[in-house]
Design a protein around this ligand. Structure first.
Ligand code: SF4
Length: 179
């Protein structure tokens, strides 16, 4: 069998909705599986991204671990794709950029209704939050952007089949939306 295209996927500051939409390609996943092998992804048990042809990134960058994972993907993926509004411009999570980080933490962990034993988590194992939620193109170079919150299954399908068949990916107007 010819070498399969290797695809890695991850969710940074995302909600997994983009991954769910990807899975909405439904039975076309069987067709995809003939041409594609999955590397690191929430749908595999692989912990680190190795050499890949395509990396699909859902979510913006909100903490130090996101930065680390994003850089690992950039290093290992020939083509890196920003998937969905959060990866493209920070998305709804970037609404926190209008509130100082300290105020967000105080509200969530100290003053929030129903909070017991209030304290801001400080275990060194926890990644530190960045001052702002960032789109991924502010951290690494991105090759393609798939708009939508989430992009539809047909967007994933059109984009991936274009790449797999050696065409420059392009989305028809009716598939392009930002909501
Ligand atoms: S773009 Fe929308 S669906 Fe995708 S991770 Fe962000 S909030 Fe979720």
């Amino acid at each position: 069998m010819a070498n399969k295209i290797r695809v890695a996927t991850t969710s940074l500051a995302g909600c997994f909705g983009c991954h769910m939409s990807f899975l909405d390609i439904d039975e076309r996943m069987l067709q995809l599986a003939e041409a594609v092998e999955f590397d690191r992804s929430p749908i595999t048990d692989i912990e680190h991204c190795t050499n890949c042809d395509i990396g699909l990134i859902e979510g913006g960058v909100c903490n130090s671990e996101n930065v680390h994972v994003l850089r690992e993907f950039r290093k290992n993926c020939k083509t890196l794709v920003a998937v969905g509004a959060c990866a493209i411009n920070g998305g709804l999570p970037a609404m926190r950029n209008f509130i100082p980080l300290e105020e967000c933490l105080t509200e969530a962990y100290l003053d929030g209704i129903g909070v017991e034993n209030p304290q801001i988590p400080s275990d060194p194992e926890l990644p530190l939050l960045l001052d702002k939620v960032r789109p991924i193109h502010e951290i690494v170079k991105i090759d393609y952007f798939l708009p939508g919150c989430p992009p539809s299954a047909d967007v994933f399908w059109k984009f991936l089949t274009d790449l797999l068949e050696g065409r420059e990916p392009s989305l028809p107007y009716e598939l392009v939306h930002y909501d």
